[in-house]
Structure formats: C-alpha cells, structure tokens
Ligand binder design. Structure first.
Ligand SMILES: [Zn+2]
Length: 530
C-alpha cells in the first residue's frame, strides 16, 4: 500500500516498527543477523485496517443491552420478537432500572413500522424501556420511559428534533427523533466496570476483523476521560483516535477538559465532530428533493437540518478558527450544501492550508459537491456498506432507483482525484472492513441487486480507503497505513489476497492481527508462529 502500490515478498520488523521491506533476497541479511522468521505460507499481509469513522467502543454495547438487529445481522424479524428480546432483558433487570435495546430497523420488521409506546408497555410497566433505532437517530420508549424523560402531550418538539404523536390526541406515540432523544444519551454512560466490559468486547471484535486503529466519532467528556483512563492502565489493546463531540470540544477550548493520553500513538485527539442532519433510512436525512416514498403522505417531505445553516456556519467557524480539524455528519445533499458553505466560509475568514475537514457519510453528495470538496481540500468519508444493508430499500423506498445508484459516490470521487475514505460506522453495522471493501468494489445489495454499477471502484482503491487514505484523514500518514520502512508494524494477515477475487472479498478470513509488531489477536485455529 505504498504510493506505487508495490507488493513485496518480505518484511522485517524491529521493535514496534517496520525496519525493511522488499524481496526475499533483499532481506537475507536479516536472517544472518538472527531474525526470527515467520513464513506466511502464501497468505496475504496488509497494513492493519484503520477506522475512518465509527463509535468505538459502541460495538461492545451488546455486552450490556439487548440486541434488536434484524437479519442478516441479528434475529429480530417482527415486533413480537423485539418485545420478547426486551422482555428477557427486563427479567434480568431490577425493577425501576432502564431496560435498553439497540439496533432495531423499522424497514426490516415484518410490520414495516417503529414499535410504539403501547407495544413497549407490554414489555414492562415496572421498567422504563428504550429501544434505539439502528441509525442511532431515533428511539422508541414505553410510557414509563417517556414519563422518566418528562415527555407528555403538551411537551413541545425541541429544536432539531421531533416527538412523534398519536393521531388525534397529541399524546406522544413513543418515538423520539434526533435532538428529542438526546436525554437518553446519559443512560449510555456506564459504570467504570461496565465500561471496561464494553471496551474489552469491542476491542476483540475489532482486532478479530483486522482493525488496528479504532475511532470514536462523537466522544463525550465522560467517554474521553474514561478511555484515557483505560489507556493509562494499558487496557486498550488497539490504537484509538477520538473525535470530541461538541460538548467535549467546547470543554477542550475553554480548558475545562483535556485529553490526558499516556501515548499519542495509542490514544489521540482527532477532528471535532458536528452533526448537520440525520439518516436517510430514518427519514431524517436532509435532501434537496423529496423522498421517493415520502412518510406520512407529505409528497414534498425532504427531511430537515439538525440546525439552521447560519448556526452550523458559526459552529464550524469557531472550531476551525481554533485550529481543529472539523468533521461534519451529512447524508442528504441539502445538508452537504450547508456543510460545504460552512467550510468555505471558515476558510475565507481564517485561511488554513491542509485543514482536511471531513464530510462524514456524504451519502447523497452530488457531482458539483464533489468538485467543491476537491477545491476546498475536504475529504468525503463514505458509509459504503449502505449498498449492502439498505440498497434495496433505498431503491424502493427512500431514494428511488436513480438516486440510490449514485449514493456513496466513490467512483466519482476517484475520477476527480478526490481522496476519500470508507467506513462501517460501527456499531450501526458490525465492524467488518473486508465486507466494507467488498461492498465498495461490488455494490451488491443483500437482496442481490447491483446498486449503481458506475460507482464501483477497483479493489486497490477500496483497500487504500481503509488503510493509507484513512491514515491520511487522521493526519497519521507518517506513522500508519502502508507497509513502509519506519512505519508502525500494525499488520493483518488474511487467508487470501483480496486482489485475486474481487467478488469473494467478503469471505476472506482474518488470521492474525498485530499492533506495533505484537500479536494482538489470532484466529483460534491458527497455530502460534515461531
Ligand atoms: Zn457515526
């Protein structure tokens, strides 16, 4: 994965870094010097995968909350399954304590709707219950849960959010959108012991998938303190880049918070993360043209921004002026317009070369917006697994076939020479970089449809987007992302070379993952090397 995409036969590691790379003959002097030899036996060695955007350690949350995912990820096929899973969780939870579940997807449930307060009241009347939508942008609560949050018929919708109501009465129906569900976030701040269990689970999932650098794409002050504490205790077995969310970023600016990292190679601060809209499959992505099948019978419905355009501009400008890299979540093209306007204004007022601001997801980025990104030095980070997990529904429901065909437009970016990254947004979907690469290369939906043949990219480009370009996005291109002399020996051994069979990349197995030249994970059936 060097600048020329060279493939070498042999690699030497000394301490935590790569000391040599080349042909077997070129590395022969290392043998004479007594190097231990690991024969890969024809397997493939790649730089460890780098998460461009996700929410570590969110993938470990199922150590604590009910798993409400539908197939192909989980087992919840209908609302009765969801209620049964939550009821089992309730039976293990003390009365009065919250019962939490995550990952349900209304468009994959047989009923094609969200669970309501009345559904969830059947789980328990003695526990407050909250079920997070797979997007993380909506949640459904039972009556006791709503009461705990103080939400009643007369509660107005908060700015940037919505309390869905029952028709007629104005009573909340249980579903909270966007900022209306923010009070729930506090419930996800676990005790130190629970936090460690979550981190341990997430770390092993990531390492087993070949990920050596994880990313937290919206860290709260509590998470920042907690993860720094675990890093100091050497309980983080992989590297982590933290993106402070707005509260944490504000606290960093006013000096009330600092990231006490013991070692910037293990834990470091990245971009400030802001959010401009929601998710298209949650009908909260902000589009310039209406949704294909609009919700609630409003044919002009285009979703909505998380905040007014001027406010986004002020917030981006503040963090840009303070020297931060800024990453803004934007799925709909109307949101992306607002984000690019904000980046452009920030650069006009405080010119900063090489700021590497990021549009996170950039799902419906238009060609003119990719041109603007190139001109502004902005990086789109695509959630390319959308074609696999939601491709059929984007075609049939949300976007229609024409717009769905050019979502996550990686090929258009590549054709312009616009550097991009791709990500899993874990725990939104499982951390599987090889399935992610496969999705960007093949663009097949789980129903078997080809979603936008023109936007498929070559394997090498997809691999770069999870290695060297992801390192570059994190300002770590000197340390990571390729197998070059002087870089950290973050390595993954795969059973097959991804270049050999582009359609089978999702079936490649990870055999071993090394962080800084030390084995951090090894497949159970793989023998220890010499
Ligand atoms: Zn995210």
């Amino acid at each position: 994965m060097d600048a020329r995409d060279r493939v070498v036969e042999a690699l030497a590691v000394e301490g935590e870094r790569i000391a040599a790379a080349g042909s077997e003959a070129e590395l022969r002097p290392w043998l004479a010097a007594g190097a231990r030899v690991v024969d890969l036996g024809g397997h493939a060695l790649l730089p460890g995968f780098i998460d461009a955007h996700g929410h570590f350690p969110g993938a470990g949350i199922y150590a604590l909350v009910a798993d409400l995912n539908s197939p192909p990820i989980g087992r919840v096929a209908r609302i009765s399954d969801l209620l049964g899973t939550l009821a089992a969780q309730a039976s293990d939870t003390a009365e009065g304590e919250w019962v939490l579940g995550m990952g349900y997807d209304d468009t994959l449930l047989a009923e094609r709707r969200h669970p309501t307060r009345r559904d969830l009241d059947a789980v328990s009347s003695r526990h407050p219950v909250a079920a997070w939508h797979v997007s993380g942008h909506l949640a459904a609560l039972n009556s006791l849960g709503l009461a705990r949050l103080g939400i009643v018929a007369g509660t107005p919708d908060p700015p940037g959010g919505r309390i869905r109501r029952e028709p007629g009465s104005g009573e909340p129906d249980g579903v909270l959108e966007e900022s209306a569900m923010e009070p729930l976030q506090a419930l996800l701040e676990p005790s130190p012991l629970a936090a460690w269990r979550i981190v341990r689970r997430a770390s092993s999932l990531y390492l087993a998938a070949g990920v050596t650098t994880a990313q937290n794409g919206y860290a709260t002050p509590v998470q920042m303190r907690g993860l720094a504490w675990l890093a100091r205790l050497r309980l983080l077995p992989l590297r982590l880049v933290l993106w402070p969310g707005e509260e944490a970023a504000g606290a960093l600016l006013d000096g009330s918070l600092r990231l006490a990292s013991p070692d910037a190679r293990r834990l470091r601060l990245g971009a400030v993360k802001l959010v401009a809209d929601g998710s298209i499959q949650g009908y909260t992505g902000y589009l310039s043209r209406p949704y294909h099948v609009p919700p609630g019978g409003d044919p002009g419905y285009r979703g909505y921004p998380r905040m007014p355009r001027d406010e986004l501009r002020a917030r981006v400008g503040r963090f840009h002026a303070a020297g931060f890299q800024v990453a803004v979540h934007g799925n709909g093209d109307a949101a992306i317009d607002d984000i690019l306007d904000a980046f452009e204004a920030a650069q006009r007022e405080h010119p900063r070369p090489d700021a590497r601001h990021v549009v996170v997801h950039a799902q419906m980025a238009r060609d003119d917006q990719l041109d603007r990104m190139l001109a502004l030095g902005v990086i789109p980070s695509f959630f390319s697994l959308h074609t696999w997990y939601w491709g059929d529904r984007h075609r049939a429901i949300f976007m229609g076939p024409e717009r769905a065909a050019r979502m996550s437009p990686a090929r258009s970016a590549l054709a312009r020479g616009l550097r991009f990254t791709i990500h899993c947004d874990s725990p939104v979907v499982p951390m599987e970089p090889l399935r992610l690469v496969w999705a960007a290369v093949n663009r097949r939906s789980s129903g078997g449809a080809l979603v936008g043949a023109d936007q498929r990219i070559p394997v090498m480009a997809a691999l770069r987007a999870v290695t060297r370009d992801a390192a570059w996005q994190h300002f770590e291109e000197r340390e990571k992302g390729s197998l070059e002399v002087g870089k950290l020996a973050d390595l993954v051994i795969l059973d097959r070379n991804p270049l050999d069979d582009p359609t089978g990349i999702d079936r490649i197995r990870v055999l071993e993952t090394q962080v800084g030249g030390r084995v951090a994970w090894r497949a159970p059936d793989r023998e220890a090397g010499p």
